[in-house]
Write a protein that binds this ligand. Structure first.
Ligand code: GLN
Length: 283
C-alpha cells in the first residue's frame, strides 16, 4: 500500500557507483544513471556519481550506496572482467551489506558464476548470482526485441532487507514500490542465462525472450541486487524501479524507513503503455 510521506529532514546524499561507463553502456544504458540522478535531485537528495574503472580503489568502492552496471559486448566484458577480479571482495561486500544494485545484460552475466562468450574462453564471474550464462556460438540467433515482464512477487516479497531501524527492531519494507509491477524493456543478447536452483528470477516474461527464451524467467534477484536483460534504457520507462533502488539505498545508509515524495510520472507511464500496447498487453 502506498503511503504519502515526504522525505524529511534533508539533506540526504548518495554515492552511485557506475561500473566501467566507457566499456559497459550498450543500448542507452547510461540513461539509467541520468534517471537515478534526476529523481534524487528533484527530491533534494544530493548525488555523487562514482565512475568505476581501472583506477578505482576498493576504498572508493566501499563508499558506494547504489551500484549500476550496464551491458557490454563480449570483447569489452572480457576486459572488464580481468579488472573486476581485483574488486571482487569490495563488490561482494557491498551486495552482502544490502546495497541495492541494478545490473543490465552484460553486467549480470559477469556477476553470475561464469559467462561463455560466442568465441574464446569462459569468463569467470564474481559468483554473486547463482546462475550461468552461455553464448551458443557466433551463428546462434540473438534474442532481440521489446520485452514485457511482471516482477515476480516471490522474488521481491521475501527479499525484505535485513537492516533495522536505529532504535526499533523492525524490518524495513520498500517492496510495495514494485510489487506486481509490469516492466518493459528492450533486449539484445546472444548469451542465454540459466538460474541455479536457489536463484530467484526478477520477473516472469509475458512477451519476449528473457533469460534464455525457454523457461519464462527474466533476470535474477539476490538480496537488493537486481540483474536483468532489460535495456532501453530500463529506468526511464519503469520509474518505480528507480525509486525502489533509491529508497533502498537511503534505507540502508540512514537505517530508517524511507518513503519517497511522489513525482509526476505521466510521461514515463505513457512511454511504457506505448510499448505494452505495441506488444498487445493492456497495462
Ligand atoms: N555480450 C552479451 C551477449 O551478447 C551481452 C550483450 C549486452 O550487454 N547487450 O549476451
Amino acid at each position: 500500500m502506498k503511503k504519502n510521506y515526504t522525505l524529511n529532514p534533508k539533506p540526504y546524499n548518495l554515492v552511485i557507483g557506475w561500473l566501467y561507463p566507457e566499456l559497459m553502456s550498450t543500448y542507452g544504458d547510461r540513461g539509467n544513471i541520468t534517471v537515478l540522478q534526476k529523481r534524487c535531485e528533484w527530491r533534494g537528495i544530493k548525488v555523487e556519481i562514482l565512475n568505476i574503472d581501472q583506477t578505482t580503489t576498493n576504498g572508493d568502492l566501499r563508499t558506494v550506496n547504489l551500484l549500476f552496471g550496464g551491458g557490454a559486448q563480449d570483447r569489452e566484458q572480457e576486459i572488464v572482467m580481468r579488472n573486476l577480479q581485483d574488486k571482487k571482495e569490495a563488490i561482494v561486500e557491498l551486495i552482502e551489506k544490502d546495497i541495492p544494485a541494478l545490473f543490465v545484460c552484460g553486467a549480470p552475466q559477469l556477476m553470475g558464476k561464469f559467462y561463455e562468450p560466442a568465441e574464446g574462453k569462459r569468463i569467470q564471474g564474481l559468483g554473486i548470482f547463482d546462475m550461468e550464462s552461455r553464448h551458443p556460438g557466433p551463428n546462434a540467433p540473438r534474442l532481440i526485441g521489446n520485452v514485457i515482464a511482471k516482477i515476480s512477487e516471490e522474488s521481491i516479497k521475501y527479499n525484505v532487507s535485513s537492516i533495522t531501524y536505529e532504535k526499533e527492531e523492525k524490518i524495513l519494507n520498500t517492496e510495495y514500490l514494485i510489487l506486481n509491477t509490469i516492466v518493459v524493456g528492450f533486449e539484445n543478447h546472444g548469451g542465454r542465462t540459466y538460474l541455479g536452483k536457489d536463484a530467484k528470477p526478477f520477473a516472469k516474461v509475458l512477451k519476449g525472450y528473457g533469460n534464455n527464451g525457454e523457461d519464462g524467467t527474466e533476470g535474477v534477484v539476490y538480496k537488493n541486487a537486481i540483474g536483468c536483460y532489460l535495456h532501453g534504457p530500463l529506468l526511464p520507462k519503469n520509474p518505480q524501479i528507480a525509486d525502489y533502488l533509491i529508497a533502498k539505498a537511503l534505507e540502508v545508509k540512514y537505517k530508517k524507513e524511507i518513503i519517497l515524495e511522489p513525482l509526476d510520472d505521466s510521461i514515463e507511464e505513457k512511454a511504457k503503455s506505448a510499448i505494452a500496447e505495441r506488444l498487445g498487453i493492456a497495462l
